[in-house]
Design a protein around this ligand. Structure first.
Ligand code: ZN
Length: 64
């Protein structure tokens, strides 16, 4: 069984598995991200606003 690799959106740092980012719709990703955080209140948090997060989910703290 192949392990599904998590990747991070280069635009908004959302971590996801699939063809395009569920947050911003971009499809450019990087596997070279460091750290993860889970945003519960994406729209109400400072970090969420900074990232332009529209929905809750996992985001990378740092991307290459
Ligand atoms: Zn994105």
């Amino acid at each position: 069984m192949a392990k599904v690799k998590e990747k991070s959106c280069v635009n908004c740092k959302r971590i996801y598995v699939g063809d395009s980012c569920p947050n911003c719709g971009h499809n450019m990703t990087t596997e070279g991200f460091k750290g993860k955080m889970y945003l519960f209140n994406a729209k109400d948090s400072e970090i969420g606003n900074k990232l332009g997060a529209e929905s809750e989910g996992e985001f990378a703290i740092k991307t290459k």
